[in-house]
Design a protein. Sequence first.
Length: 381
Amino acid sequence: MPVRVALDGWYLRFAVDVEASLVTWNRLARTVAAAALVAGGIAAATAGAGAAPPPAADTGAMCAQVPDGYGGFGDIGGTGNVANIECLAYAGITAGVPGGGYDPSGTVTRAQMATFVARLLDAVAELNNGSATLHTLPASGDDAFSDDDGIQPHEESIDRLAAAGVVSGSGGGLFRPGAPVNRAQMATFVNNAHGFLTGTPLASSQDFFSDDDGIEPHEANINAIADAGIAQGGADGSYGPGSPVTRSQMASFLIRHLAVLHSQGVIDALPGAGEPPVASGLVDGSISGAFSCAWTQATTSAEAPQALTIDASTVAPPTGDGSCTSPLGGTGNLVMHADAGVTFDDAAATATVDQLDVTVVTDDGTCRYQAGGVVLSRDGD
């Protein structure tokens, strides 16, 4: 029985397709893809006088606990974004590229950017200190676009962002996942994400750059994130809206966004070594396929990266809120029969789930699925 297993959280992202045993079934038993998940607005801008944007947001406090050289990337020296790249890795938003580097001058596709932004939003959820209402990205979303099928792990991220209204595609039901993201589009990715998180996108009355006039909806977002210190332009007053975003630049956009949220007091700084990377000790999850199931805030041991255990008793009611919907509209619960233990191997970039044993119970039938010793691989972004 094919089952999709994934871990997606503050620390890392792993995924694999495995064969699970169909233990019991009745009436509507059919293939269920399972995923265990650890864990836009447009600002109005008015024409200004081309004032220089404020300095870049200070990321020092946000990234103070990041060890020097974190990530072991040997190809980022001289980029001017070393600290932000290392902070991005420490936050679990990037793992670099195969071979141990980061490829700072490489471009970023729309599919990859969706995953980076989804991880950023997941990181914010873990760092949320409760001082303000911040919205949490849905654990899953409907298949929003026809041209990203099977592009994992990015399809899941694209669908999650679409469900939240962070992305809307390029028209005609397409997302163009392989197209490179330019600097204008990057601004809209960031401000749409901010608008989703806080309920209000960033805004500015300034017109900072000479080369983005009339590029809508991006011009308003460019000015908004520049006013917040997230974006910087060139010495000649240009922004380069049509230029592809490099992986180096992407790191600075995203880490400055975290720094802005931290300066506003709504998220904590990244924790130091030895502190639990899952600050809340909670995990959200979902099952998608013939049945659609989800739960939020199940208890974990909060010990990643050494080990992580999901407390099965906090997934199903009455302690948990695990719920399911069948293809025929029936509703019911999701039950996890045993704690799911996860161990991590950073050197091999793998995680191992000792067992996954769940039952979907709805008005229209029940299914139980089991898989064990599942080795998952880091996706490499």
